[in-house]
Design a protein around this ligand. Structure first.
Ligand code: MN
Length: 486
């Protein structure tokens, strides 16, 4: 079991510019806030935010994010408020925790709706992508401890991870996380298929291991002879879920998958990468059409490496990946490798715009063109707020919209029959300006004759304004009266 010391060790290993006293304080704050609470696994609750923070430190995130990871479940699950977090740890940390609390309110109810919901939240939060990393880290630990939950919940979380989180992690290039998120979900969603595949792989595990060891030895020898410095050389096995998906398009024949095992070679410079490729091709015959130069042409998410597949003994094939240390870093933690620390030790988001573009590109693949255009509009209109229905759907509205705007956005009938509202479960006046993250519920009265013209004084949306004018019985009456006077 991890302790505060485990976290501090990771911080040292990764050489993070972090004030360890502040981390210690945040841990103690979380420990006392969650005092007496336990996880379904029986462990003290604080083990969960601690594991979340450890993942964030491994991803080399900054101090604010690691602290927010430690505090992320406090507003939702304890009596300690966001205001107290802000008082103790500052505005930025409080903002990150607030972002996580809001994302947590989204409930998964079918992929289309959920993607739509997440899209809005993600675009709104693209200004601070750290929230999404905290969410990934949070989810990873929840998946690791999924055994403790009942079946239905387990399946929902696993499916949500596979369909939503993993594609986003992939888009952001965080493969380390992506692979783990997918394989954990795979195990729960398709237990039989998972076991079968694992058994098939285990059957010739030792053969593959020996082959890799042999190649590693031979490659090292050949590279040394050419005076190429090897910084790292290691074998890796393809993640199970991506292998499973590949098998489905390859007739389920393991023999037709060429990258089940790969040899990774890390060398100092780009020139060394190409030299290494030459040495490898000189030693083993390359398979035709399998050479991919992602150095000259990086993948959209920034991934760079040389890939080639070669024939080794007995006609077996092995993929070889050649890269520099910088490329290796990017391949493991993706976008997180690109941010840098300023003098004060906080992360600088110089690539902010690229992230938004990356997210919108991803959306483009998932959604039709009209929705994509709408998403661009949301980017442009910074003065939007995002509020929730009681079922967890996200509605976006102009700033200072009111429950009446919300009601008309949901349905004309709901607008017309509104008599009151609950904001975050508290009765509120219909003219109350809404804030991002509010959960809004409209109280209606079937017998109500129609909208009140006074509402025109405070509504913000055109849709609400038009419908109030059109459907107000008093409106018609006044219009008639006005006509009579003339
Ligand atoms: Mn959590």
């Amino acid at each position: 079991m991890s302790t505060l010391n485990t976290l501090l060790q990771v911080i040292d290993q990764e050489k993070l510019k972090v004030d360890k006293d502040m981390i210690r304080l945040a841990f103690e704050f979380a420990e006392s806030a969650h005092k007496g609470q336990t996880r379904k696994t029986g462990e003290p609750y604080v083990s969960h935010p601690l594991e979340t923070a450890i993942t964030l430190a491994r991803l080399r995130l900054d101090q604010e994010t690691i602290i927010a990871g430690l505090l992320h479940d406090i507003p939702e699950d304890t009596s300690v408020t966001l205001a107290e977090i802000e008082k103790n740890f500052g505005k930025n940390v409080a903002h990150l925790v607030e972002g996580i609390t809001k994302l947590g309110k989204l409930k998964y109810r079918g992929i289309e709706r959920y993607v739509e919901n997440l899209r809005k939240m993600f675009v709104a939060m693209a200004a601070d992508i750290r929230v999404i990393f905290i969410k990934f880290a949070d989810r990873l630990h929840n998946l690791r401890t999924l055994d403790a939950l009942e079946n239905v919940k387990r399946e929902r979380i696993a499916r949500e991870t596979l369909e939503i989180y993993a594609p986003i992690a992939n888009r952001l290039g965080v493969w380390q996380l992506k692979g783990e998120l997918e394989d954990l979900s795979f195990k729960y969603l398709y237990p039989k298929e998972y076991k079968d595949l694992k058994n098939r792989l285990d059957a010739n595990f030792s053969e593959r291991r020996d082959m890799l060891a042999h190649m590693k030895h031979e490659a090292s020898k050949a590279l040394k002879k050419e005076n190429i410095q090897i910084l790292e050389i290691s074998g890796r096995t393809k993640d199970l879920w991506s292998l499973y998906k590949k098998l489905q398009i390859r007739n389920n024949e393991l023999e037709r998958i060429y990258d089940i095992v790969a040899l990774r070679i890390v060398v100092p410079t780009i020139a060394d990468c190409y030299k290494t490729l030459g040495v490898i091709h000189n030693k083993w015959r390359p398979m035709p059409n399998r050479l991919k130069d992602y150095i000259a042409q990086p993948k959209p998410n920034g991934y760079q490496s040389l890939h080639t597949t070669v024939f080794c003994e007995r006609g077996k094939t092995v993929e070889i990946q050649i890269r520099t240390p910088e490329m290796h870093r990017t391949s493991e933690i993706g976008i997180a490798a690109h941010w840098h620390y300023d003098e004060k030790g906080s992360i600088k988001f110089d690539k902010k715009l690229e992230w938004v573009q990356e997210l919108t590109r991803w959306q483009q693949e998932l959604l039709d063109n009209q929705t994509f255009l709408d998403s661009l509009k949301i980017d442009v209109f910074q003065d939007r707020i995002f509020v929730f229905t009681p079922k967890g759907d996200v509605i976006d509205l102009p700033e200072s919209s009111t429950p009446i705007d919300f009601a008309y956005h949901i349905h004309t009938k709901i607008g017309d029959t509104s008599t009151g509202a609950r904001i975050n479960n508290q009765i509120a006046a219909l003219e109350t300006p809404l804030k991002s993250g509010d959960m809004v519920e409209i109280i209606t009265d079937k017998n109500r004759k129609g909208p009140n013209l006074d509402w025109l004084k405070f509504v913000k949306t055109r849709a609400a304004r038009d419908k109030i004018k059109a459907n107000s019985p008093k409106g018609i009456w006044q219009a008639l009266k006005g006509l009579g006077k003339k």
